[in-house]
Design a protein around this ligand. Structure first.
Ligand code: ARG
Length: 562
């Protein structure tokens, strides 16, 4: 599509005696809402002043003087001049390009030679994997796939929350009330219970908080008992998280969590001190950020314990040295915006201009009946259970639709998990998302199963045809195929926008439109047999290639039957 915009802009510019440059014209070209108004439109208002004529008469004159082989005709419509692309040529061109490039279609090279680190998922050990961490995982991995498609090298880092005062509290709680066998049976559930109990009882018994602080201090000092407990909690938690990652089909290049930076923190504190940035405030050490309109960043507590911000400074420095990133993205909920602003500001003050390449990618919450799903007070929805339940339900509905299906269990998993991922990614990431299993699993409407089903339907047409065209000789001209081809032609541009906006929902929306257009096409066309059968099968194959690749970018599998 960009090709046609360019061609037309050049033609217009030439015809207008270069009154406007092709680049200026390109920014003004619009896509008409209705097909009967053509494929591209140029508003002539901008020319009225320059040419001292009414936009209507300019449009009329242009309609008769323009001529280009890529376009079938030009029509004046009020103050607009509309261009109708030569469909036969364009459909052939687009379909052949997709059939030739296959899964590479939509790739870009502008990221070549550049590296992006992604901070994503990053759940906290000894706590359930929350809905927020699910969002970080699926949004982060989708953006990382999109970045790869744009040519970037990507490093996915799971910054596990495995350090901090909460582990002092957990050790204190375990030492008071813990039961080894119970923890072994249900590690996360039991540890989380202990943690919750600690908070409840600490309101009545101030002694507890002191114990918590004591144990964290011991942990930071390397006390073997504290360390062994922490190690055990960590291992059990990672095993549980890994089950979720396997289901979601996500992988990481680094699992360096907060504790990895324990021996790298003193250096940060010293550097801050040497650069004259560290100040004592009420016994704690802080970096003042008033000039940035931010509250001070807490670097060290009164008792010498380091903090979340200190660890993020150390990890940012490490990542820059280690990965030489050109961009460093943090996919973390919007409640941490202040934290990331502080970390970036401190790094700038330290003289690191690359702090500007750090970007917080915030996202909204997952809501249930309009309310936040909380991990506090033991009131949690366990993700693993949610995934298992949705797989069961998917299995059930597939059985009803297609009782003969062979690998049903595997497909149910792909459909169930895909439904959860798509439901998240179809919303613009900053918006909150209402959680609903029923909504996610619908086979109609804007859902994962609908896209997968459309893909499987396309595959089944090709199976029946027993041919898999890899090139077509003639293009198509009818409205339904043209609508579909136009959407497919926009796909590369969609990828670029999705990357620039760090927004997977751009891809989701485009796939949904493609699936709708394909189903519309399918309903209006006899694809198998009849005239133009090769071109129609070519278009079918091009469509499923794009849907499959788009789903892959979102982290969703595309079964060939379901
Ligand atoms: N573990 C943190 C939490 O659950 C998220 C970590 C985000 N990444 C970071 N570099 N701070 O809130």
């Amino acid at each position: 599509m960009e090709y046609y915009i360019q061609q037309w802009a050049q033609l217009l510019s030439k015809t207008l005696g270069e009154a406007l440059s092709p680049e200026e014209i390109m920014t003004k070209i619009e896509i008409p809402k209705f097909t009967q108004h053509g494929d591209l439109a140029f508003p002539c208002f901008v020319l009225a002043k320059l040419l001292k004529q009414s936009p209507q008469s300019i449009a009329e004159q242009l309609a008769v003087s323009l001529n280009h082989k890529a376009f079938k005709k030009f029509e004046a419509k009020g103050p607009y001049i509309n261009a109708f692309i030569n469909r036969k040529e364009a459909t052939k061109e687009t379909i052949n390009r997709i059939l030739y490039e296959q899964e590479k279609y939509g790739s870009h090279t502008f990221g070549k030679g550049k590296t992006i680190t992604f901070d994503l998922s990053s759940p906290n050990i000894a706590k359930p994997f929350s809905m927020g961490h699910l969002r970080s995982t699926v949004i982060g991995s989708a953006i990382s796939h999109i970045a790869e498609k744009c040519g970037y090298q990507v490093i996915r880092i799971n910054y596990i929350g495995d350090w901090g005062t909460q582990f002092g509290k957990l050790i204190a709680a375990y030492k008071r009330w813990g039961d080894e066998a119970a923890v072994k049976r249900d590690p996360i559930g039991e540890l989380f219970k202990l943690y919750t109990r600690f908070h409840e009882e600490a309101t009545l018994d101030p002694q507890l908080d002191q114990e918590g602080r004591f144990w964290f201090k011991e942990l930071e000092l390397g006390n073997p008992e504290a360390h062994a407990l922490w190690e055990w909690f960590r291992e059990e938690s990672l095993a549980a998280f890994n089950r979720i990652y396997t289901l979601l089909n996500v992988t990481f290049d680094s699992m360096n969590g907060e504790s990895f930076y324990n021996d790298k923190m003193e250096a940060v504190v010293t550097e801050l001190q040497n650069k004259g940035l560290l100040e004592a405030s009420e016994g704690a050490m802080v970096v003042r950020l008033e000039d940035q309109d931010l509250p001070p960043a807490l670097i060290k507590k009164q008792d010498g314990a380091t903090l979340y911000a200190t660890r993020d400074l150390a990890s940012a420095l490490y990542r820059k040295q280690h990965y030489h990133f050109d961009l460093s993205l943090y996919v973390v909920g919007h409640e941490q915006t202040l934290h990331f602003n502080q970390v970036k500001s401190v790094l700038s003050k330290m003289g690191y201009s690359w702090a500007d390449d750090m970007e917080h990618i915030p996202f909204g919450m997952i809501l249930k009946d309009g309310k936040k799903m909380s991990t506090r007070k033991g009131k949690v929805v366990l993700l693993e259970q949610v995934l298992k339940e949705i797989i069961e339900r998917a299995d059930h509905s597939i059985k009803e639709k297609n009782p003969e299906l062979e690998a049903r269990r595997i497909i149910a998993e792909q459909v169930g998990v895909g439904a959860v991922i798509y439901h998240d990614l179809k919303h613009y990431r900053r918006n909150d998302v209402e959680f609903s299993l029923e909504e996610m699993l619908k086979f109609e409407g804007n859902t994962g199963p609908y896209l997968q089903y459309t893909h499987a339907r396309g595959c089944s047409i090709l199976r029946k045809a027993k041919v898999k065209p890899s090139v077509i000789e003639d293009g198509l001209e009818d409205d339904p195929s043209w609508e579909l081809v136009k959407l497919l032609a926009w796909f590369p541009h969609t990828i670029e926008v999705a990357f620039e906006e760090r927004d997977p929902s751009t891809v989701a929306k485009s796939l949904f439109k493609i699936a709708q257009a394909f189903n519309h096409y399918y309903a209006h066309t006899r694809i198998l047999g009849g005239a133009e059968s090769k071109a129609k099968l070519g278009l079918t194959r091009a469509t499923i290639l794009v849907i499959k690749e788009g789903l892959r970018l979102l982290g969703i599998q595309a079964p060939v039957e379901m």
